[in-house]
Design a protein around this ligand. Sequence first.
Ligand SMILES: [Zn+2]
Length: 413
Amino acid sequence: MSILIKDAENSEDIYIEGNHIKEIGTNVTEADKVIDATGKAVLPGLANTHTHGAMSLLRSYADDMQLQEWLEEKIWPVESKLTSEDVYLGTKLACLEMIKSGTTVFADMYFHMEDAARAAEELGLRSVMSYGFIDLNDADKREQEIKKTKEFVESVEGKKLIKASLGPHSVYTVSDEGWDWIKEYSEEKDLLVHTHLSETRKENEECVEDTGKRPTSYLNDLGVLNERLLAAHGCWLTRQECKTLGSNGVSLSYNPCSNMKLASGGVMPFPWLDKFGVNVCLGTDGAASNNNLDLFEEMKFASLLQKNNLWDATVLPAERVWRLATRNGYRALDLDGGVLEEGWLADLIVVDLGLESSCPGHDLYSDLVYSVNGSCVDSTIVNGKVVMENRKVGGEEKILKEAREQAKDLVNR
Ligand SMILES: [Zn+2]
């Protein structure tokens, strides 16, 4: 299968063969499929490096609540009743929303991951998926979590669009022994490790109380800080912690909407992370705390939060934010994508430049980051296959109907 995207406003013609960008230029004139991009821009697809896809079923179920009450009274009780069908249909809804807003790969962490994988595969979206490992210092639970993790990793071996990773939930929900196993198994299988780090002040205070160390030092002493680690949030990092993360090659997923909505208070210190070479990328977190999975909106918040917090309007300019959402995200997921260059993965999007929000169009990156939202995306291509064209995704009405019914059933169960 070959695709030719021609006459885009911002690029020479792009010729895709198989799952890679084969040629950029004007030499190729024919392909199995030709996309006319007149009046549009062709761009690398976006990488959502931290989400819990199936939580889409809980969108607008519990808002404007304090974090602890939100978790204890609303989210955890529902999650305790979660079935594999909930995860399957919830992840399908998430994938649909991500495809429609220009995301071409996402890093997911949740439960019933075999069903999440099935959903993503059906929609043709690329993903790096991890089973959320939580042992709460209980040896029996740890054995179960190890078993479930291994089963999931084995279940997606050899799949084209899905890569398994490991998902130790956080420093406060996984024991030392749990982390030791994660470390060994990730080395043995060469798997990425996806976790939450320094999301709240409470997490930091309790970690210091229990271990005498801040979360980053604690993970460093366990030997899990390396280029395979993708940590989400980082709202309460000290300068020294940023330095430690950078010198170990860790990637950090910045989730500004979720952090502001749950009033985490701290702000991920982008300038320090940048200075010490941390690979900063973007994530939406789950739809229960965002409430959408639109990375275009996330880019805007990402920049605005830094500027306002630092009293400095020059911090995190548009083109840098765009890079966080594209190349840096793919790099964090160890994938050769997120840039439009020959030989790279054919994960890309076509953005309509004819809308009010991108008119008159003085600067493409400013429009992409500060003005448009995900509904500007006209077509989405993943792994050399068109998964959305002219804003239409196959089977979308059915996905919405089933998700609506399943969500109602879940919260009344
Ligand atoms: Zn999360």
